[in-house]
Design a protein around this ligand. Structure first.
Ligand code: DC
Length: 214
């Protein structure tokens, strides 16, 4: 079973994906981390973030140790990720890694922006997880504060909205729900409630599948 989880930044995808992965015993890939690693590598090397050729090369030769880098989750790495993620060469370089992961026997859970639309259009279940920009900014603000990064709420909200705009407007694999995705708005749901709702959707899909098979 392949479960694709897409949605904007800080909507609760990652937490939900980890819970689903543990519950169903499926391996999990946080695909945003791959784009973050490319963005971070570009920053660490002092490269120009608009240099597409270099970014694509960095993505092709991605140093997987960067996935453990303490700054991977920083606001700067997220911003850099959103820039390099708009580049066709970078997306192409990361596509096979993601598809290979999804093809594991038994399936997998992947979260990102284009899993249900581009990486795994054949996924068994597609969830599109959203929350209001204010709620997502609040969650990001709390997360950064826990990491010891002080940032003003208004700045975070502006960043969240700028990243949404960039992720949605880009020509390459823009952020949008797949036609057959289930929408899950977590604005008023805590993680337990969101997880319950996700299990209900996945369970209903299973039942419908067994019904079809007779
Ligand atoms: O989910 P995240 O904040 O870690 O993602 C960082 C950036 O990577 C985000 O701005 C969009 C990009 N991204 C993408 O374009 N496609 C994906 N499948 C995952 C992330």
């Amino acid at each position: 079973m392949i479960i694709a989880i897409d949605g904007p930044a800080a909507a609760g995808k990652g937490t939900l994906a980890r819970r689903i992965s543990a519950h169903y015993g499926l391996p999990y890939l946080d695909t945003g981390a791959l784009y973050r690693a490319v963005g971070l590598a570009m920053r660490l090397a002092g490269n120009d973030l608009t240099d597409e050729e270099t970014a694509a090369r960095v993505a092709r030769d991605l140093d997987l140790a960067l996935l453990e880098h303490p700054d991977l989750r920083s606001a700067q790495a997220g911003e850099a990720a959103s820039r390099v993620a708009a580049m066709a060469g970078v997306r192409a370089a990361l596509l096979d890694v993601q598809r290979d992961f999804a093809r594991q026997p038994g399936g997998a859970v992947l979260d990102g922006r284009d899993i249900g639309t581009v990486v795994c259009p054949q996924a068994d279940i597609k969830l599109f997880v959203t929350a209001s920009p204010q709620e997502r900014a609040r969650r990001r603000w709390l997360e950064l504060r826990e990491r010891g990064e002080e940032a003003g709420f208004d700045d975070i909200l502006a960043q969240v909205m700028a990243r949404d705009a960039r992720d949605k407007a880009r020509a390459e694999a823009p952020l949008r729900p797949a036609q057959d995705a289930h929408l899950l708005d977590t604005s008023k749901l805590d993680i337990e409630a969101a997880f319950r709702e996700a299990r209900r959707i996945i369970g209903a899909h299973h039942q419908a599948g067994s019904g079809r098979r007779g």
